[in-house]
Design a protein around this ligand. Structure first.
Ligand code: ADP
Ligand code: MG
Length: 371
């Protein structure tokens, strides 16, 4: 092998959280899928002392470089933290990363709740592992990239984004178990797709609100004397209602309900009952709105418009909430008309322009030919 100019190219997709809201850090369940869109990373070993990072993107106009013989340092708010964190923890696993140039491109919107951050991490790791001819088991790779986001970038996300970006399969939904950190695949019955519709409001408060919800969930688990809310039942919660603040009770009610709704959706997939699947999504949104209070006026408007549009079987806010997007299950034959109707009605009601984009589940991260 010519080691002087080794190259590798990878692709890692974004993802949609289909159902299972805030369940990952409660050791519960999520249904998700990978998208056809994502991030490409092309890495080329070079004669230099440095590692260079480039992103063909309006968000990252300048080249970034650092000495390949030093530990990478984080720059607050910079996109480079995602690949740098991955480089740091790959090295801790014993991977030698030579001086190289990594060129990123993306066709995934950033900060839209489709997990462009995990796509950057997984694309980086997949390309660098290939460059050195090494492999990591999928969930180990997901955990390493989550660690980069948690500890290097400083975002306290669960494993959903990274696991889905790696393990997604075309035409399938992933059923993830966040206690065992394992997954199963279920085919999406033909004739259905998902519409993702941004509310136009970024999740600006997400940091503080997200951590507050996390703390409330852990508080409920402590009062219920269970390892995590995954182990709690509605009857145990009712019995302990007077031992916790009413707000904590409602947070727990949402998480227990979400885990049940994920199970209902798995049964619906097995029974080819997509009406029941859509109903569980709609119930999930109502629970978010009433009990978890992570919806917004815009998300509620979008939700109401989506579920009353012909061809839509159910809808809910997706991701952390407090802004971001709604995901709707639609009949493929009616999706194009539904997408136009939803955007028009949302503009009429709120004055906000949006686009409903159709997605079908796609494959997870992979290597691409370099020429
Ligand atoms: P999400 O993962 O939902 O897209 P995050 O806030 O977790 O949202 O990650 C978005 C961040 O990822 C951006 O702020 C930026 O740092 C980085 N990023 C994503 N896509 C791009 C891109 N095309 N160009 C430069 N940076 C990007
Ligand atoms: Mg992200």
């Amino acid at each position: 092998m010519n080691t002087s100019r080794r190259t590798a190219k990878s692709f890692a997709p974004g993802r949609i959280e289909i159902i299972g809201n805030h369940t990952d850090y409660n050791q519960g369940f999520v249904l998700s899928c990978a998208l056809p869109q994502g991030v490409e990373a092309f890495v080329e070993q070079i004669e230099s002392d440095n590692i260079f990072l480039n992103f063909t993107s309006d968000l990252a106009p300048e080249e970034f470089s650092f000495s390949a013989f030093t530990e990478p340092q984080a720059t607050p708010g910079a996109w480079t933290n995602y690949p740098l964190g991955v480089i740091k923890y790959l090295r801790e696993e014993g991977l030698e990363i030579p001086p190289c140039r990594i060129q990123f491109t993306s066709n995934l919107p950033a900060g839209a709740g489709l997990s462009s951050s995990a796509a950057i991490e997984i694309a980086t790791a997949t390309a660098l592992l290939a460059l050195s001819g090494t492999n990591l088991p999928p969930m180990d790779l997901a955990r390493l990239c989550r660690r980069a986001e948690n500890e290097f970038v400083g975002v306290n996300c669960g494993l959903l984004d990274q696991a889905t970006s790696i393990c997604g399969k075309a035409g399938h939904l992933l059923h993830l178990d966040f206690r065992s950190e394992t997954y199963e695949l279920y085919p999406l019955p033909p004739g259905h797709l998902f519409l993702v519709i941004p509310s136009g409001m970024k999740h600006s408060l997400v940091g503080g609100e997200y951590n507050e919800r996390r703390t409330q969930c852990y508080e409920a688990a402590r009062v219920l004397n269970v390892r995590a809310l995954r182990d709690a039942t509605f009857s145990a919660l009712e019995a302990a209602a007077d031992q916790m603040p009413e707000m904590v009770f409602r947070r727990a009610r949402h998480i227990i309900g979400e885990n049940q709704r994920v199970a209902e959706c798995v049964a619906a997939l097995q029974n080819n009952d997509m009406v029941a699947f859509g109903q569980a999504m709609t119930n999930s949104h109502q629970s978010s709105r009433l009990y978890f209070e992570n919806s917004t006026e815009e998300l509620d408007n979008l939700f109401e418009i989506a579920v009353s549009t012909p061809g839509v079987l159910g809808a809910r806010l997706t991701g952390g909430g407090f802004g971001g997007a709604v995901v709707a299950l639609a009949k493929a034959s009616k999706a194009s008309d539904a997408a136009k109707t939803i955007a028009t009605r949302y503009l009429q009601r709120t004055g906000i322009h949006t686009t409903a984009t159709p997605y079908v589940p796609a494959d997870g991260a992979r290597l691409l030919p370099t020429h």
